[in-house]
Design a protein around this ligand. Structure first.
Ligand code: BGC
Length: 452
């Protein structure tokens, strides 16, 4: 008989979003532009020329969105701060109106019994800092720490769980190596520099938190287990490279103060050697690890694929609209890997979810999304399995609360457990949202019902 699915009594059930993907009003009330504002308004960069000028209009609809969270029974809400709303030039002058938005949001969440989890950087770098080199400029570590301090001063205490960065790998790989995301660079030489400066920024922000903050701070990474396509030595080596690049590139420096060896091979002459003092800075103790999980990768050697000399092998399986294999076991596997490799740190699943096709309008106020319901159930069972095997997983944030701007895919990929009609801003709780509400209300016990 299958094991009973069980979650710890104080398990933190929530949902996640990010600023540029939902807020809209990117330049309202004195906010400065971000690199995503610029990128989205550059012809050819976005699917359907979509942009975040309105998105889910959350900047104006935040009160009713908090009511929606309450209706779902969320115990936590993970969101990110738009750096350039608070500091229009990225540093220096504080925009009180921008800060006020987050201040009011946090109060409203607390009044409704919802714990805010705040991410300081979810990709929307202030454009003014990009003009100074952005993540390529080593000064960014202190710019980031100064910004972080502004936020700690304003919200720490009311906010008890902070994250420095969301998915540094995506910033580097998408923003600076392959160019599909802002700021759209394509440079093998920039990529390792950007990763390193992201990590230094993380380190300085954690250090700054220790000076004044009283609660918890961590980092959010996207992890994707890599499995070999065959038993060959070549494929085994390809798996090691892919794993080092995506999974260990950030966590090894944070936990061990060293980069994986494979990065030297991957970046070759583009790999700089970094001062030991930088690695000491990066290796600040953190209070928890945020894990975003979407899919796995079955990896094979491929001599011509840049930069990993690896390719992924399609499986006979369900794939989501973003072309990602649905593979719940990978979530259990990666959590066990984190436990074993990094000493069983407290973990929050900070994102998990899937894009499946939903119609643009929820006819009759109903939206059935059976594939997303199945995805959700299976991944929650995968989390419970990891907990049963000793992983210290303390919470789960569904990605995403709302259908939103899926970066350069624009509005074409819907990840929400709540449907958004982008023509009217009407919100409709999808079947997956209703199911999630039951999961929360029963602390996961509903997952034991066969037809639940
Ligand atoms: C990001 C989200 C994104 C999601 C789905 C993660 O990479 O943190 O912003 O929407 O995955 O692609």
């Amino acid at each position: 008989m299958a094991q009973r699915v069980q979650f710890p009594a104080d398990f933190l059930w929530g949902a996640a979003t990010s600023a540029y993907q939902i807020e809209g009003s990117p330049l309202a009330d004195g906010a400065g532009p971000s690199i995503w504002q610029r990128f989205a308004h550059t012809p050819g960069m976005m699917h359907n020329d979509d942009h975040g000028d309105v998105a889910c209009d959350h900047y104006r609809l935040w009160k009713s969105d908090v009511a929606l969270m309450k209706q779902l029974g969320l115990k936590a809400y993970r969101f990110s701060i738009s750096w350039s709303r608070v500091l229009p030039e990225g540093k220096g002058r504080i925009n009180a109106a921008g800060l006020g938005f987050y201040d009011r949001l946090v109060d409203a969440l607390l009044e409704n019994g919802i714990e805010p989890l705040v991410t300081l950087f979810h990709w929307d770098l202030p454009a003014a800092l990009d003009d100074r080199g952005g993540w390529l400029n080593p000064d960014i570590a202190s710019w980031f720490a100064d910004y972080a301090q502004v936020m700690y001063k304003a919200l720490d205490g009311r906010v008890k769980k902070w994250a420095t960065l969301n998915e540094p790998w995506v910033v580097t790989d998408g923003g600076y190596l392959h160019g599909a995301l802002a700021p759209g660079h394509r440079s093998r030489f920039e990529a390792p520099i950007v990763s390193h400066q992201l990590l230094r920024a993380h380190g300085t922000a954690v250090q700054a938190y220790r000076a004044t903050g009283k609660h918890q701070i961590g980092i959010v990474v996207n992890l994707e287990p890599k499995y070999p396509a065959s038993q060959s030595q070549e494929d085994a080596a390809a798996v090691k490279r892919a794993d080092a690049y995506m999974n260990r590139q950030y966590l090894d420096p944070v936990y061990f103060g060293s980069y994986p060896e494979e990065l030297r091979e991957i970046f070759a002459e583009a790999w700089p050697e970094w001062p030991a003092a930088d690695l000491e800075l990066i290796k600040q103790p953190i209070d928890y690890l945020g894990v975003n999980y979407y899919t796995r990768n079955v990896t094979k050697h491929h001599a011509h694929n840049y930069p990993l000399k690896a390719a992924s092998v399609k499986q006979h399986a369900t794939y989501s609209e973003t072309g990602w294999e649905v593979f719940p076991q990978g979530l259990t596997d990666i959590l066990l890997w984190v436990k074993q490799r990094y000493g069983n740190p407290p973990v929050y699943i900070t994102e998990n979810g899937a894009a499946f096709y939903d119609p643009p309008v929820a006819e009759g106020g109903v939206l059935d999304d059976p594939l997303r319901v199945i995805y959700q159930k299976k991944h929650l069972v995968a989390v419970a399995n990891a907990i049963a095997q000793g992983c210290d997983v303390r919470g789960y944030m569904a990605w995403s609360l709302l259908d939103n701007l899926e970066w350069s895919h624009g509005f074409s990929k819907r990840f929400g457990i709540v449907h958004v009609d982008f023509a009217t801003q009407q919100r409709t709780i999808k079947a997956s949202g209703k199911h999630y509400a039951k999961v929360i209300a029963t602390n996961g016990a509903i997952l034991n019902e066969r037809a639940g």
